[in-house]
Design a protein around this ligand. Sequence first.
Ligand code: SF4
Length: 309
Amino acid sequence: MSSALLNSKDIKAQALRLGFVACGLAKAEPVADDDSARFLRWLELDYCGEMDYLRHNVDMRLHPELLVPGVRTIVSLAMNFMPESQQPAISLYAQGQDYHDVMKQRMRQLMETLQLEGRCFVDTAPILERYWAWKSGVGIITQGGFVAVPGYGPTVFLGELFLTSESDHYDNPIAPPPRGGTGKGVCPALTPEGLDARRCISYQTIEHRGPFAEEIRLRRTFYGCDRCMRATPQFAEAKPTDEPAFQPSEALLQMTPEDWQDLTEEQYRALFKGSAVKRAKYDGLKRNIERWLEAMPSSEATDSGSSQE
Ligand code: SF4
């Protein structure tokens, strides 16, 4: 552990300069009992579906010290991804470049500029990201389980720095998290125990491999789903990001249902070069498009406001 205290004001000021919209610092302690129990119950219920990686390294997820020995401070960072224009068939977060690359590059820059010691993570390590964002005051937890940053709403990516120094100041949560029921009435995948990924369109269209279950209906988007996020009251605070990397390309904006139907592998590679959409692979995307087109009455072919289910 480094003996010099972190200067929290410097870290926050530099984070804002680098394009993050919120930054908070929390002591690197084990995850609180209530939140640990909630996560363990969620796993027990099999709500993670085929995302088996969530079952691995559970101890590490609940004890940051096991992920980065000597960690003293967790810096949580948020970047606004709300695109100015949107391709309606793709979830808002995946319209531009892959956030893993954009965020990581910016976080490394932050660490280098301030000579911070530790590691940075974006969605690729066993970390309860939303918990740390909440604990460090980056945002509130909404009824749908999103982190909403004041002034920006829930359209944010999260990342964390695990630093080996103590800080001169730690932040507090803005408000207690909601308990007992998330997004009731918005979607059957949202249960009082959290999101049942097996019933979630977002999970089905991104993480699930193989054919869809009969009951899966895609209407608005064929990659991801924004319905519950759009339904949170804090979505009204979302505003277009200044980050050019999160804007869709002209080619993506111009894609029509007919174009999607005829999408070739070559077009797919060109359209989604450097995009998170590649996670679904070409075959997965074609499967999604097929189901999406099946459920789309011709009159709705260009209706970006139709519900997902
Ligand atoms: S509204 Fe969409 S993203 Fe939200 S839980 Fe339901 S299916 Fe999943």
